[in-house]
Design a protein around this ligand. Sequence first.
Ligand SMILES: Nc1ncnc2c1ncn2[C@@H]1O[C@H](COP(=O)(O)OP(=O)(O)OP(=O)(O)O)[C@@H](O)[C@H]1O
Ligand SMILES: [Mg+2]
Length: 361
Amino acid sequence: MSDRPSKITRLSTELANQIAAGEVVERPASVVKELVENAIDAGARRIAVAVELGGKRLIRVEDDGEGMTAEEAALALERHATSKIRRLEDLAAISTLGFRGEALPSIASVSNLLLRTRPRGADRGVEIRVSAGVTTAPREVGASEGTTIEVIDLFCNVPARRKFLKSDGAETTQISRLMTQLALGYPEVGFTLASGSRRLLQCPSATELDERLFQLYKSRDHLVEVQKTAAGVSVRGFAAGLAGQGHGPVRGPQNLFVNGRAVKDRTIAHAITHAYSAATIKERSPEVHLFFELPPDRVDVNVHPAKAEVRFLEPSLVHEVLRRALGDALADSPAPEVALEAAPTRAPGPPAEAAPGPWTQ
Ligand SMILES: Nc1ncnc2c1ncn2[C@@H]1O[C@H](COP(=O)(O)OP(=O)(O)OP(=O)(O)O)[C@@H](O)[C@H]1O
Ligand SMILES: [Mg+2]
């Protein structure tokens, strides 16, 4: 037996949170994403976001969702505390955007955070502050129904992270892009984004996806409707058509949602490229806004630290449904000069399975 002191010690909660924050919170836009997704999960109909200095000085997200009691608000700031799952099996039936119970404690560990909330139907709200890792006891305050979270001086205690941030303008652009994407995913929710005194986005609650598309992007004449359901996988949305586009489809943003979650996905990207290359000779990044719905047990959402990717149980099925959906939509778009059959009928071959990222085992 050696009497050497143990080389292993337990990290303090604060340090553990800061390390977790390294994965969850890369930049101001990641904070906005987590807070807005929480507001969506809370059933908000209206979400107002304000930032200052690219979100480095201030990020405020205000919602009119279900709010939290004093007890819930205190728990929400603790690591691994969530109202969204209770058992591992719940992940296979997940319908919320959050599930880890990590976002709020991670954000609070690298900023000064203020949480003010009032549950629907309650006559008072509570406020909690976290500063330099110290959390105050909930204090009763007057507040409107819903939740407001302010994140002040992000990365004030992590100079290494702060150094890697881009200019205020560039960080604001990222936030603006992210908000545009979230707003597209949830047309029924009203969104606003302000940077200082500038209003960057204003989308009143809409009834249809194409109304929201118009609010966000104005012209959408070049888009054709996409709609297909097969073998339990449904895809709907809009994609750049071929009509009158002498130079191929209009390039633009590629917004992809799987069960309401904005994702990047190689299977989907491959199917898009394939569908368009069958119809035009130009290799481009066509504008698409596509919404996939499939049973939650056929998609694993727990594969990426920022929840920005998912893994399909049957990637080749998703590939095929999308390829056909786009094929039909593009064939319907009145572009008689483009003969779909004229393209080489090379078998698509299922896309290579996404290589495991560094975070997967
Ligand atoms: N805006 C909000 N309105 C109402 N409840 C909220 C709000 N934000 C957070 N909560 C509550 O606090 C809990 C913790 O939030 P947090 O974002 O840390 O974790 P999560 O959303 O459960 O999971 P994830 O880490 O994947 O985001 C949530 O499960 C929810 O119950
Ligand atoms: Mg969350």
